[in-house]
Design a protein around this ligand. Structure first.
Ligand SMILES: [Zn+2]
Ligand SMILES: [Zn+2]
Length: 505
């Protein structure tokens, strides 16, 4: 049935005119769907009315001029992403896709626009970069410690940075640089800076990206591509560590990630009849070049574990468990006392602890990758000693370690788990001190490659790392919920890593 569009013009109290054309009724809300426009004069209003009536007869609906930003909002709300994928994808949407494409109409996006974006990102991931030189300003205030102030230096630094964050001069996502860089630029000892940053991190005001660079926590406000932040008055480029911009090409795999978000979003737009074509079909993201990353050697891993142990029993045990269990960093942070069965030599990985935009999420892996892992007698002994020490400390103040307490925690009763970013940061510090290139992901990589090199089959290795829901989980109903081969894997990894670690540790 052909649609008959009805329209009218009405004058607003301000004197201008509103033009409205009815195009249908929303089947769910029963609300009228209208195309709208405003005009200054009655004559312009008549022209607008004619235009809208013509568009209505051609089947235009209000949604059809929705922007890419609106599409992404609606798509992200319904996309079936797990917690960590959602975190990554929403970051791409906020930092890259919306600033670059958010203002465009969905209908008007074509393949070449996407290809241009991909080419630009391949040259430099900074959307405000035009290829011409510019200075990257950082809004870190001058940190001047007053020796006559009775408060300790770290407290003064903490307060200066807190003030800058709360006043908004340091915005969410702003970089504070690493402890050593900040210390050198501001002429303040690393110990003071470390203490101050740890206090800010504990308050949730900052977090450590890749375990090194401190950045202001929170969701950065969406910016429009090409807009660069200007430094405030009294800004000192030298002390703040402002640097000339150096182009950082975005990795091909990252650009592919952005492409796949766009593919999903435009496929949804097509299903919703917002647009007739999917521009991602004709766009081509760059092909990633895969370079195999060599796994860290047992000796090097042992060096980092020894260093971690010297920094604290908890950190030492955490890293040890990373390599002998191959468990993800958040899964290890989510481990509770009741998940560890020292009598049977088992660890139950039930949760992935994720901190997303300052919010703590205990993601239930039960439906996903809930699994049991074997731990060898040596590891059991390490955990037992560790727990005994915590229990002894708590006994002094008459507190018992609860069953739902977390294995790794910075609070006395172990009621709040470590923030995974914090764990990454601490492991990075230990690795840097041991002069070994290793992070938590590298630890898992070590687990996998050493097991495979040791003759363990892929299926069991994958199960241990939580890559498959098959084998390992079905066995949990038996007396020993882990297969014999996983017992072997646990013992093998412990022996291999311990050979060097126990010599010094
Ligand atoms: Zn500057
Ligand atoms: Zn650049």
């Amino acid at each position: 049935m052909p649609r008959v569009a009805k329209g009218y013009i009405e004058q607003l109290p301000s004197g201008s005119f509103r033009v409205s054309v009815y195009v249908g009724t929303d089947p769910i809300t029963r609300r009228q769907i209208r195309l709208k426009a405003t005009a200054k004069t009655e004559q312009q209003a008549r022209i607008e009315l004619g235009r809208l009536l013509k568009e209505a007869s051609e089947g235009r609906t209000p949604e059809s001029d929705a922007t890419v930003a609106k599409l992404l909002d609606e798509y992200a709300a319904i996309a079936e992403w797990d917690v960590s994928t959602r975190q990554t994808n929403e970051g791409f949407i906020r930092r890259t896709i919306k600033p670059a494409l958010g203002h465009l109409e969905v209908r008007k996006v074509r393949g070449p626009i996407l290809d241009q974006l991909y080419a630009r990102l391949k040259r430099c991931g900074d959307l405000s970069c035009t290829g011409r030189p510019f200075t990257e300003h950082r809004n870190v205030p001058a940190l001047v410690v007053n020796p006559r102030d009775r408060r300790p230096a770290w407290r003064q630094v903490t307060e200066m940075l807190t003030e800058a964050i709360q006043s908004g001069s340091l915005a969410p996502g702003d970089e504070l640089l690493s402890i050593t860089e900040l210390s050198a630029l501001q002429g303040i000892g690393t110990g003071v800076i470390r203490h101050a940053l740890d206090a800010l991190a504990a308050d949730g005001l900052i977090l450590f990206r890749r375990g090194q660079t401190a950045i202001v926590a929170g969701t950065p406000a969406g910016m429009i591509s090409g807009v660069r932040k200007r430094p405030g008055p009294g800004h000192d480029c030298r002390r703040a560590g402002c640097k000339p911009h150096v182009c950082r090409p975005m990795k091909a795999s990252t650009i592919r990630g952005i492409h796949s978000i766009l593919s999903g979003a435009f496929a949804a737009a097509q299903r919703w009849e917002w647009t007739e074509r999917n521009p991602t079909r004709s766009a081509k993201p760059p092909t990633p070049t895969r370079r195999p990353i060599p796994a860290t050697s047992p000796d090097d891993v042992a060096k980092v574990i020894t260093e971690a142990r010297s920094r604290g029993a908890a950190l030492g045990l955490y890293l040890w468990l990373v390599v002998v269990t191959g468990v993800r960093r958040g899964e290890l942070c989510g481990l509770q006392i009741c998940d560890v069965d020292l009598d049977r030599g088992l660890v139950h990985v039930a949760f992935n602890y994720v901190v997303r935009g300052g919010q703590r999420i205990r993601k239930d892996t039960k439906t996903h990758q809930d699994r049991w892992l074997a731990i060898d007698p040596d590891t059991c002994a390490l955990i037992a000693t560790y727990l005994d020490e915590i229990r002894a400390e708590l006994a002094v103040v008459g507190v018992e370690l609860r069953d739902d307490a977390y294995l790794f925690s910075n609070d006395p009763a172990h009621s709040r788990p470590w923030n995974p970013d914090w764990a990454t940061h601490k492991v990075a510090e230990a690795a840097a001190a041991a002069e070994v290139k290793l992070d938590i992901k590298g630890g898992r990589h070590y687990t996998a490659s050493q097991l495979l090199a040791g003759g363990f089959d892929l299926r069991n290795t994958a199960a241990r790392l939580g890559h498959s829901g098959g084998g390992a989980t079905t066995l949990r109903h038996y007396a020993d919920p882990v297969p014999e081969v996983d017992r072997g894997a646990a013992a093998y990894l412990a022996k291999l890593t311990a050979r060097s670690a126990t010599q010094t540790g």
